[in-house]
Write a protein that binds this ligand. Structure first.
Ligand code: 13P
Ligand code: SF4
Length: 379
């Protein structure tokens, strides 16, 4: 995990109006050389300055399309900025306004753990394994997946990628032969997507990277079709069945819509399950006077509630569900990186080393080729 040294105090002493005016001016000065991308979980005052907003899939696609820009300032977290650097052109530089904006889920799968797991699993499996990593992972893990004929996925296309992985993804493999899937690092997205494809829970085992051989016996690996990495998002893991029951008990016809990083039992009880882009689309297209209880990060839920006041949007939980790392991307940090860029200095560059970039690009490109026109429901 990277650490952001505190900004010089002068940046924190600027008023909101000064920060906003400065950011507008730096953006004008940089013109087409700059593109700002913003993930849906980023705070409102920052998202206002994004040229494009999106979920992880849309932002990866957008990053690959920004051929004119010299600088991509990524208002999101570290793995997203790495992905933008991997799919972008060599002349582009990707900047993350706060280096401490990591992702605790991505940190749950270290490359050494993935390599160690592979040694055990490949031998115990009894049939080929295709590794699939959620894009919420380090570039080194994406490269590991690329080297082993696997692919990345996002919550918008996990079902498509899993289907591809199960049916002989390996170019050298027999397309008729089935493959097992190692899915990392989010057990919930893996379980929800595999189940949505019709696979029973008994076909899945959980690999705990903190235990020798993941805490699994070789025969458990042999009998399973999916090996799910024991990782999770601490924000989405907060949603539970009691919250769904409390919403159902209200005398209001709430539809429950949740992100597939939520636990399986919550997704089973929800009316709809999909990525942030899917959630936005569902609510945008819903009739007025509809009611929505949403299981995802609070900033997106609040923005939806403000954008569609006649659609009665609320958070599924009573507690705040904040991605604290995404929250680090604030106006002073955005101002600082843009001020430096406008003065010709690149700070907080995220640059993936060449060999890692080569293999992780293969894993990301496989995913981008399977691009859906619409975000796919995970139910
Ligand atoms: P999506 O952007 O794929 O909806 O995922 C949400 C998330 O947790 C990003 O870190
Ligand atoms: Fe990571 Fe969860 Fe934050 Fe997404 S919401 S960046 S998965 S910690």
């Amino acid at each position: 995990m990277l650490l952001q040294p505190p900004l010089p105090s002068q940046y924190n002493m600027l008023s909101t109006d000064e920060l906003r005016a400065g950011i507008r001016e730096f953006k004008t000065r940089l013109g087409k050389r700059l593109v700002i991308l913003g993930h849906h979980y980023v705070r409102d005052d920052v998202i206002e300055f994004a040229d494009f907003t999106g979920d992880s899939l849309k932002l990866a696609q957008l990053a690959a399309e920004q051929t004119e820009a010299d600088y991509i300032v990524f208002c999101g977290v570290h793995f997203m900025a790495e992905s933008a650097d991997i799919v972008g052109s060599d002349s582009q530089q990707v900047i993350l306004p706060d280096l401490s904006a990591g992702c605790s889920m991505a940190d749950m799968a270290h490359i050494d753990q993935a390599e160690e797991a592979w040694l055990f699993l490949a031998e115990a499996a009894g049939m080929p394994i295709t590794p699939v990593t959620y894009v919420n992972s380090a570039a080194a893990v994406k490269a590991f997946v690329g080297r082993h004929d696997g692919a990345c996925c996002t919550s918008s296309n996990a079902k498509l990628v899993l289907d591809w992985a199960l049916h002989g993804a390996k170019p050298s493999g027999d397309p008729q032969a089935g493959h097992k899937v190692l899915f990392l690092p989010d057990q919930h997205l893996g379980r929800n997507s595999a189940h949505a494809l019709g696979w029973p829970l008994e076909s899945m085992v959980l690999y705990d990277p903190k235990q020798p051989r993941g805490g699994l016996r070789p025969e458990q690996v042999r009998d399973a079709r999916f090996i799910l990495w024991q990782g999770h998002c601490f924000v989405h893991q907060l949603f539970n069945l009691e919250q769904v029951a409390a919403i159902r008990a209200l005398d209001v016809p709430y539809q429950v819509i949740v992100h597939p990083e939520c636990p399986w039992e919550v997704c089973q009880q929800a009316d709809m399950v999909g990525s942030t882009e899917y959630i936005i689309k569902a609510i945008r297209e819903a009739p007025e006077d509809s009611y929505w209880a949403v299981g995802t990060e609070i900033h997106l839920v609040q923005r939806l509630a403000a954008t569609y006041p006649r659609k009665h949007v609320r958070l599924l939980a009573d507690t705040q569900c904040i991605c604290t790392t995404m929250f680090r991307i604030d106006l002073p940090h955005l101002y600082w990186v843009l001020e430096q860029l406008a003065a010709g200095t690149v700070v907080n560059r995220i640059a993936v080393e060449d060999e890692t970039k080569r293999w992780s690009r293969i894993a990301l490109d496989r995913m981008l080729k399977l691009r859906p026109d619409q975000p796919v429901s995970v139910k």
